[in-house]
Design a protein around this ligand. Structure first.
Ligand code: ATP
Length: 569
């Protein structure tokens, strides 16, 4: 697919999410809050199905993993010891013209011609001042220019004053006064391939206008060829500021006083509460190495540039496992967990060809990690990380042991050794996976309408395990009491096993389409055969329709719960 159709696809996905109640902008009626999202009635079900399945696979189905649920606010000492307070930063750059902020490491390298400028002058204003000094200026313009000119003249006298203090002040004020005439600040613009130099000059003029010149004339233009530079705004070519560090943690105060002693942060990852509770959990669970502690919960990062719908949010949820082991098992378990996690994604309906494993190179890895894989997914906006699987060595536990003065050692009863365990961490994002599920499921195909004419059908092909609603239940006619009563009886029967939806309004085809659009995998229709009106043998049977194949078959009501449950679990 080309980038235009990918962008269109993403637009359709975002609009479907809003229209059908998967995801809304947070605080929408007040204009929203950048990087924050609310999940609507269907989104919350999808998210819950994902979290429940992760918990089932990572905790219930394993002997060696237990769960926990830590608080979001923790003692500030945790973030000092973990290194987050000093180093959880992103390099940030701003566009000098639009002020748009970017993460420096996310700017694609660009090549091309740079137009450099030494500065700019407002020649019109200069000319007017000059004309005034010669007495030429027309009357209507005299007043303001005269004022300015007289002030400059006076300041020029001060700048030549014998007292060095007065001279210095005079020079400073004169420089300020001269600002409307001239800027000596150099600036440059990267010329996009195929664009005329005039487009770069326009950007430079905007820059000098922001510096206070009304009618800037560019001076000292010269060009330079550059390769793979990341110093320019990819959108308008403007020079960016030098990178500055930006801490991603949200700071807050605990208690009534807002001073340094009450500072803490909203957690930027759930993992740290697992590390600091390691000893408690170990004691109560009586697990032997290797064993893991799992947690699902909110995390907060003041991302410089939230974007791509929910992909990069400021508030999001993580599903993290800290799997503690002996040092010698670390690398092997890293590969083991990578495979387990890939299987997980396939089991929730994400196809293997859209998943990619990136071995994070040494220079991009945290200094304490001996190996990290990123599991990436082909989103319509590009290949991006879904989950990180990292071998974090014994770094975290050692840091907390050192800072707290409390032992976080494990005692091996067989060898009688005491040591701080190492850890392998598969860390997945709930919101990113939900978005991947929606992107993967979104499709358009052709289906006949009421009159048999083919029309475009929008369908979310969720794996039945993930689908927010498992089965739609429809009486053929809403004004037939017997059909309605039977359909409601089936709702009661299935509700104990799964999330179902009753719908009696509109033509049956239209009801199917509404469910296709939200990814409901099954539809049950109660018709006159169900009532035994046509054939007594068909009494208490219904048609069961499958979303993907649109095939229908007759099944007995008493078998429905069993058939559907088997397909869903
Ligand atoms: P990125 O490089 O994309 O910023 P990261 O490498 O910083 O991500 P980790 O610290 O490894 O991410 O966090 C683990 C997981 O948490 C990520 O794989 C992702 O699924 C999720 N995650 C991290 N940051 C965000 C965010 N801003 N919005 C949504 N999910 C996130």
């Amino acid at each position: 697919m080309d980038s235009k159709t990918d962008a269109q696809r993403m637009e359709k996905i975002v609009s479907l999410c809003k229209r059908r109640g998967f995801i809304f902008q947070s605080s929408e009626i007040y204009g929203g809050l950048n990087g924050c999202w609310d999940y609507g009635p269907l989104g919350v079900e999808l998210k819950r199905n994902l979290k429940n399945y992760w918990w089932r696979v990572m905790v219930y189905e394993r002997e060696d993993v237990v769960g926990m649920d830590g608080s979001i606010l923790m003692n500030r000492a945790v973030w000092k010891a973990s290194g987050h307070e000093d180093t959880f930063t992103d390099p940030m750059v701003d566009c000098l013209v639009t002020k748009k902020r970017f993460r420096a490491d996310q700017i694609e390298p660009q090549s091309g011609t740079v137009l450099h400028f030494n500065g700019a002058v407002d020649e019109k204003l200069l000319r007017e001042a000059f004309d005034y000094s010669l007495g030429y200026l027309e009357d209507s313009k005299r007043a303001s220019v005269r004022q300015h000119y007289e002030r400059c003249k006076h300041l020029a006298e001060l700048a030549n004053h014998p007292d060095p203090d007065v001279k210095h002040l005079g020079e400073r004020l004169l420089a300020q006064e001269a600002q409307p005439f001239q800027s000596d600040e150099p600036f440059s613009v990267l010329l996009k391939k195929g664009k005329p130099p005039e487009s770069a000059r326009k950007v430079a003029i905007e820059f000098y206008q922001l510096r206070g010149l009304k009618n800037p004339q560019l001076i000292g233009e010269h060009t330079e060829k550059v390769e793979n530079t990341t110093r320019y705004n990819p959108q308008n070519g403007s020079l960016l500021t030098e990178p500055r560090s930006f801490n991603l943690m949200f700071k807050t105060y605990v208690g009534a006083t807002e001073d340094d002693s009450s500072v803490t942060y909203l957690r930027p990852e759930t993992a740290q509460s697992i590390f600091v509770q390691f000893k408690n959990v170990l004691e109560v669970s009586r697990k032997k190495l290797p064993f893991g502690i799992a947690q699902i919960g909110k995390a907060f990062r003041n991302e410089i540039n939230p974007r791509n719908f929910t992909f990069r949010s400021r508030e999001f949820e993580q599903m993290e496992l800290e799997y503690f082991c002996r040092a010698e098992e670390g690398m092997k378990l890293l590969d083991y967990w990578l495979e387990e996690r890939l299987k997980f994604y396939e089991n929730i309906g994400i196809s293997r060809d859209r998943l990619h494993v990136k071995t994070v190179p040494d220079e991009e890895r945290a200094f304490y990690s001996k190996g990290t894989y990123d599991i990436e997914f082909d989103f319509p906006f590009g290949r991006q990380e879904l989950e990180g699987v990292a071998y974090r060595t014994d770094y975290d536990l050692l840091q907390h042991q050192k800072a707290s003065g409390k032992s976080l050692e494990y005692f091996d009863e067989e060898t009688k050794q005491r040591f701080v365990p190492h850890v392998v961490e598969p860390s997945a994002g709930v919101d990113r996976t939900v978005l991947a599920l929606i992107c993967e499921a979104y499709s358009e195909d052709e289906a006949p309408d009421e009159k048999g004419k083919m029309e475009t059908r929008l369908v979310l092909r969720f794996h039945p395990r993930m689908a927010p609603i498992k089965c739609g239940i429809f009486p053929l006619l809403k004004n037939n009491n017997q059909l309605v009563a039977k359909a409601k009886e089936i709702v009661g029967l299935l509700r104990a096993h799964m999330n179902v939806f009753y719908d009696e309004s509109g033509a049956i085809g239209r009801r199917y389409r509404r469910q296709d659009e939200i990814g409901t995998p099954f539809g049950v229709t109660v018709d006159f055969e169900t009532l035994g009106e046509k054939d007594a043998a068909l009494r208490d049977t219904v048609t069961l329709r499958e979303r993907d194949s649109m095939k229908q078959k007759r099944v007995a009501i008493k078998d429905l719960a069993g058939i559907l449950s088997a397909r869903i679990s």
